[in-house]
Design a protein around this ligand. Structure first.
Ligand code: HEM
Length: 377
């Protein structure tokens, strides 16, 4: 591996690790703390000139920007992103007003190996958790939403490494069920997260106050979606578990459009998974080879039970999530016909149906059959 490739590889691994998160949260390279705090008032007043002036005032000179390390680049993108989303919320294309920010955004995108605007990782994970927290509104419901998303990322990071390991293990191997159970434990915080949202965030607040800040913006002729929770890459787990060869075109389309918004390491995993059969398919194949007999190996049955249980956790998250998404996007409340990830509530319904169908297929393999009754003469 060349030196540059090694640096890129290490950066990919570092993105999103705990010590790196702490550092990015702690730094304020643009001296933006005060402006970020004032942003809440500027947004409440829809004060476009003030937001524009603040954004201009934060832009560093080219010389300072050249000296940024990776963590600094991430923190700079986090802070600029707050102003980009705010301007768009008030109906203006941010880089038409502040075109001098474009080269910096493009450069930060290249240097962090991410899109040239902020993502959900900037808005939630790399955001300070104390009174330096960057928020569009300062409302405690925004705070809850940021926390809910923030809490799932360390677990998803572990989950994606587990699904990567599972690709190399046969469903007839006893380790398979153990790893799937570990995966299930990493996915359970998704349920905790959405329960917190249901309890603390109203569909009305999301639909009418927060959703407008997640609108897409144009950067150098390309459109980039805002930093919303739809970028939480549950779809990457699906991809390995069932979607790679059992997904519907609409969902695969959503998945492929979402990949650029993930962390470099996750894109790397995604690329290494292309063309591989899903876990569900491999399990069904192993079952077909063994035959649906009363003697189907207990290990294969245990693998099937574990997959069905893990997928059930995803269905529970998706069911509760669909509930709030439906309410936030009902016709008399919503300001936009589709989500900030560019997808509809109907797609969310379709994804749950697919998850459930695949889960039921595996559950069948897991069911013990009655042994044939021996009839004595
Ligand atoms: C008020 C709260 C929320 C609403 C109204 C909402 C709404 C939506 C909508 C409409 C979509 C469709 C895609 C798109 O946006 O274009 C979506 C996707 C998604 N959202 Fe949310 N969401 C909320 C909170 C959350 C939270 C807290 C999480 C995770 C912690 C989350 C995770 C996801 C995921 C993973 C997807 C992709 C589809 C999937 O994998 O099922 N959402 N959301």
């Amino acid at each position: 591996m060349s030196f540059n490739a090694a640096v890129a590889h290490n950066s990919a691994l570092l993105h999103g690790n705990d010590f790196q998160i702490e550092r990015v949260r702690a730094i304020d390279p643009l001296g933006a703390d005060e402006a970020c705090l004032r942003l809440r008032e500027m947004n409440a007043a829809a004060d476009i000139p003030a937001i524009t002036a603040a954004l201009r005032g934060l832009l560093p000179d080219a010389e300072s920007a050249r000296g940024y390390d990776m963590d600094t680049c991430l923190a700079v993108m986090r802070d600029l992103g707050m102003f980009l989303g705010s301007l768009k919320r008030h109906g203006v294309e941010p880089l038409e007003l502040v075109p001098e920010a474009t080269p910096l955004l493009l450069d930060l995108g290249v240097r962090t190996d991410m899109i040239p605007r902020d993502t959900v990782h900037h808005y939630c994970t790399w955001n300070p958790t104390d009174d330096r927290r960057r928020m569009y509104t300062g409302d405690e419901q925004e705070d809850h939403l940021q926390n809910s998303v923030r809490l799932v990322f360390p677990h998803l990071r572990a989950a994606l490494e587990l699904v990567h390991l599972l690709r190399g293990i046969e469903p007839t191997d006893p380790k398979f069920a153990v790893l799937v159970d570990a995966l299930d434990r990493e996915l359970t915080p998704m349920v905790t997260s959405i329960d917190g949202v249901l309890k603390n965030v109203t569909p009305k607040f999301f639909a009418t106050v927060l959703r407008p800040y997640f609108e897409e913006i144009d950067v150098a002729g390309q459109t980039y979606l805002g930093p919303a929770a739809a970028q939480v890459p549950l779809w990457l787990v699906d991809e390995v578990v069932w979607a790679s060869d059992r997904g519907a075109p609409d969902y695969l389309d959503f998945l492929h459009h979402s990949v650029p918004y993930s962390l470099p390491r996750w894109r790397e995993l995604h690329e290494s998974w292309v063309g591989a059969p899903s876990l569900v398919t491999r399990l069904l194949q192993a079952h077909a080879e063994e035959g649906d007999s009363p003697w189907t190996a207990p290990t294969l049955r245990a693998s099937a039970v574990a997959i069905a249980r893990m997928m059930r956790t995803i269905v529970v998250f998706r069911g509760r999530h669909l509930g709030i998404a439906r309410q936030a996007y009902q016709e008399d409340l919503r300001l936009y016909p589709v989500g900030s990830g560019g997808a509809s509530v109907e797609l969310l319904r379709e994804i749950i149906d697919l998850t459930r169908e695949n889960s039921q297929l595996t559950a069948r393999v897991g069911k013990p059959r009655a042994h044939p009754v021996e009839v004595s003469a």
